[in-house]
Design a protein around this ligand. Structure first.
Ligand SMILES: *Cc1c(COP(=O)(O)O)cnc(C)c1O
Length: 368
């Protein structure tokens, strides 16, 4: 059977391995498995949010509120924007999909960093667009600027901070770049880890109301999957000028967010204290990873997120390290598919991280 030609170029997204797979394939007890591959919040969902989910779970026969009034209201207060500036998606992934399909066809060009979130490329290729990448793994605005002028792309993706690398541009440099960009180009500022970056360094914080009022061609993406500890609920959002958001609405399927997910997200915004506590613990624990890498002579990338990327020299192959950890019930992300001899590890709880260090030392010893 013939399929849409553009699909020939599309790679299937490789998600972090689920716990169930490790139980099945390696016979590890599920309670002993440490999953640090998808940048989830390791402290779990806030107890207040869990309580809310349980309360409303008995009433699921009706469709959700498709206007998503309450969640938009909560987000508009959080970011000091109007409800009409907001669209909610099944994860911010769905907003990336809307954005790409709203702008791109087979004649379009999309600019992104060499090593960045894989879904930018996948959605762009679904639309048949041509991908242009900078040379550096980290965001390099000089290269962005040069390629922007050369190609005049329809979309520019900026991942701030960047997944899977962990670095983050300063907001003032982002603004300098944005002022060079023509208003026909949609700039997507992906803030999946902004809560972490803003906590660590004020210079990395994006003020969303300022971003969209200064740059009408920019949109901001946020998610409840990372710091807000609701990866299983699939809620994300896009914030931009009303005219841009209106066009995304034309692509939105009805009832794209479940009643449970809406309620959970609304409750999660109320419990900001929980989120900030988790972020503080994240950066305390990250110091242990930095020390671990330093002590063993491995390079790591300074991270503004809830994960750290550790690079290996020629003595080791990152896929072998990841595979050996997997057999021991520790799931991390190998970055070979991103052309890096490195692994990305989500910063876990204190106890989890201690186990990671012990196991990683054993694995390094075996592979030496
Ligand atoms: C996790 C992530 C997202 C989106 O996650 P959703 O669960 O779809 O909201 C978007 N961008 C980056 C860079 C991410 O790491």
């Amino acid at each position: 059977m013939k399929f849409n030609k553009v699909l020939d170029e599309v790679k299937i997204y490789e998600a972090g391995k689920p716990i169930e797979l490790v139980v099945r394939e390696y016979g590890v007890d599920s309670k002993d498995i440490i999953k640090l591959a998808s940048n989830e919040n390791p402290y779990g969902t806030s107890p207040k949010v869990v309580k809310k989910i349980q309360e409303i779970a008995t009433n699921m026969f009706m469709y959700p509120d498709d206007s998503m009034f309450q969640l938009k209201e909560a987000l508009s207060n959080k970011y000091n924007v109007n409800s009409s500036n907001i669209i909610i998606g099944a994860g911010s992934d769905q907003i990336i999909e809307f954005a790409v399909h709203a702008k791109c066809n087979k004649d379009s060009k999309v600019l992104m960093s060499k090593t960045t979130f894989a879904m930018y490329e996948i959605y762009s290729k679904q639309a048949g667009a041509t991908i242009i990448k900078t040379e550096d793994a980290k965001h390099n605005l000089e290269q962005f600027s040069k390629l922007y002028k050369e190609h005049k792309p329809d979309i520019v993706f900026l991942c701030l901070p960047n997944n899977p690398v962990g670095e983050c541009l300063d907001t003032k440099d982002v603004y300098d770049f944005l002022s060079e960009v023509d208003e026909e180009t949609l700039v997507i500022v992906d803030g999946a880890y902004q809560e972490y970056a803003a906590f660590k360094d004020e210079n990395k914080k994006i003020k969303v109301d300022e971003l969209i009022s200064k740059f009408p061609n920019a949109i901001y993406l946020g998610t409840f999957s990372k710091a807000y500890a609701l990866g299983g609920m699939r809620v994300g959002y896009g914030i931009g000028k009303k005219e841009v958001i209106q066009n995304f609405y034309k692509l939105r399927p009805p009832f794209n967010i479940t009643t449970l997910s809406l309620a959970a997200a609304i409750e999660a915004i109320k419990d900001e204290e929980f989120v900030q506590e988790c972020i503080a613990k994240n950066f305390d624990e990250m110091k242990r990873y930095e020390k671990f890498a330093k002590d063993r002579g491995f390079e790591y990338i300074e991270s503004y997120t809830n994960f750290i990327t550790i690079k290996f020299d020629d003595k080791y192959i990152s896929s072998e390290i990841a595979q050996n950890l997997l057999q021991r019930g520790i799931i991390v992300r190998d970055l070979t598919s991103y052309s890096m001899n490195a692994i990305r590890i989500t910063i876990g709880t204190n106890e989890q991280n201690t186990k990671v260090f012990e196991n990683l030392d054993e694995v390094l010893d075996i592979l030496k």
